[in-house]
Design a protein around this ligand. Structure first.
Ligand code: GLC
Length: 471
């Protein structure tokens, strides 16, 4: 019997900041605890690592535009076309699909990315092997629309996904493949006989079952390649939640209401195959709920409270998932606060950085990671392998726990110094209180924790101050 944590529905309002927002709300219900012990073990491991890197990279990066969505003929802001071909959808798609002819990211150096991410304290990576546009960043045998069929194809690192996975794995990361279930290039999804009207197949799958069957096979084959030829994989992160059985649609969610028909790709079969190659694999069939969504993935948002099942917020370091030339990077302080907010509620942060057309990140991305790393080196023990503890947060304070220790994390504003006496709004009697990064224990008095001026000067300027409380 599958254990169901049902009756649980949480409304998460997404920020409107990113122009690539499609899913304006998400409800979570029906989380299914996996029954396979290998999956349980990996899930537990994954819940301990807390901090991961997501990368959206594809030919769209050449144009510095939103990932894939400009191909989608929906009248939505994030689908807007720009540039010389914008006025005609057919010409636009033709030009977009010709980008591979010039795609040549000669600066691609995944070892550098992995080192920078590792130094920041990240411990897992999820990489776009294929986004909705159908362009494959791996050497699939199912289509020519792929990275090895570009000028970069002669480069020794041409099979980009393989190189990314290897570099990160070599540095101790858990490794995940982002894979879009919808595919706007293959003729078995957007069948050229009918023009596509929206993100869904251009034909009715029930009316053309052979077409749909061929699409299912295509998807199965590609996932099988990724699960068998790319080394040890930990996560299969499936995006494009409108490709799902009709029966799973949650009609209280507006974007799901627009899904016109059944798009069942037979997840039981795909997951069984994938786990045969990769025992214990985490399968994340995003937004679908149930047996194949081993953890839930709020997007650009953080739940308002701790959730009673495994979850991860995916968020952008700048504003966009994909490379844009002028990115608006969040400050290190802000990023650290996001991580602390998430971890105190029991989640993971999957932070997105977008490689550019030449295969490099913006310098700011390296700089942010370096600064986060400085904080993590001192304070990581309050993050990794912790569990949430009530009251989770109180004002600028957030709490985590590990063993008998509780960590109280104070999210400081820019320029804010620790006061001379700190009182921590966490119940209990603590015989030993210390500030991470400083030796010795602090003096606890009835009025709070006394901090000498010289001490406060020394530790000034941390984005988050972390106190360890021990009984
Ligand atoms: C949004 C974007 C999609 C991106 C995803 C990452 O849904 O539309 O392109 O891959 O977020 O979580």
């Amino acid at each position: 019997m599958l254990k169901r944590v049902s009756l649980f529905s949480i409304l998460i309002a997404l920020s409107t900041a990113s122009f690539a927002q499609q899913h304006s709300e998400q409800h979570y219900k029906g989380y299914v605890v996996p029954k396979d012990p290998a999956v349980q073990a990996k899930l537990k491991q994954w819940q301990g690592v807390k901090f991961g890197l997501l990368m959206h990279w594809g030919t769209y990066s050449s144009w510095g535009i939103v990932e894939s969505w400009s191909l989608c003929p929906e009248d939505e802001g994030w689908c807007e076309r720009r540039g010389p071909y914008a006025s005609n959808w057919y010409e636009y798609k033709k030009a977009y699909e010709a980008i591979p002819k010039t795609f040549n990211p000669v600066k691609f150096n995944p070892d550098r990315w992995a080192s920078a991410a590792k130094a920041a304290g990240m411990k897992y990576v999820v990489f776009t092997t294929k986004h909705h546009d159908g362009f494959c960043m791996f050497d699939t045998k199912q289509t020519d629309y792929k990275i090895t069929n570009t000028p970069f194809g002669t480069n020794p690192k041409a099979n980009v996904a393989k190189e990314v996975f290897k570099s990160f794995r070599d540095q101790g990361f858990m490794v995940g493949a982002y894979f879009s279930k919808p595919d706007w290039h293959t003729d078995t999804y957007w069948w050229s006989y009918f023009p596509p009207k929206d993100r869904n197949p251009s034909y009715h799958p029930a009316k053309y079952p052979e077409k749909w069957k061929a699409f299912k096979q295509y998807t199965y084959n590609q996932i099988e390649e990724l699960m068998s030829d790319y080394g040890k994989m930990d996560i299969l992160w499936l995006d494009g939640g409108w490709v799902r059985p009709f029966s799973t649609i949650d009609s209280t969610i507006s974007w799901q209401k627009t899904i016109p028909f059944d798009q069942d790709i037979d997840m039981p079969k795909i997951a069984a195959m994938a786990r045969q190659h990769q025992p214990g694999l985490l399968v994340v069939d995003r937004t679908v709920s149930g047996e194949f969504e081993n953890y839930v993935t709020p997007e650009q948002s953080i739940p308002s409270e701790a959730l009673p099942f495994p979850w991860e917020s995916c968020m952008t370091m700048g504003d966009s998932w994909s490379y844009i030339p002028k990115e608006n990077f969040k400050s290190t302080r802000k990023l650290t606060h996001l991580l602390v907010d998430i971890v105190s509620k029991g989640g993971n942060l999957l932070l997105n950085i977008a490689p550019g057309p030449d295969g490099e990140w913006h310098e700011e991305a390296y700089q942010r990671l370096e600064e986060i790393g400085k904080w993590m080196n001192v304070n990581g023990e309050a993050i990794y392998e912790t569990t949430p503890v009530a009251p989770y947060q109180s004002g600028k304070w957030a709490f985590t726990q590990k063993g008998t220790a509780v960590y109280a994390l104070y999210r400081a504003e820019e320029g804010e110094k620790l006061p001379a006496a700190v009182s921590i709004p966490f119940p209990g009697k603590w015989s030993k209180v210390s500030l991470l990064g400083t030796p010795g224990k602090l003096k606890v008095e009835a009025s709070g924790i006394r901090l000498a001026e010289s001490f406060r000067k020394k530790v000034a300027d941390s984005p988050v101050y972390v106190f360890r409380l021990e009984p």
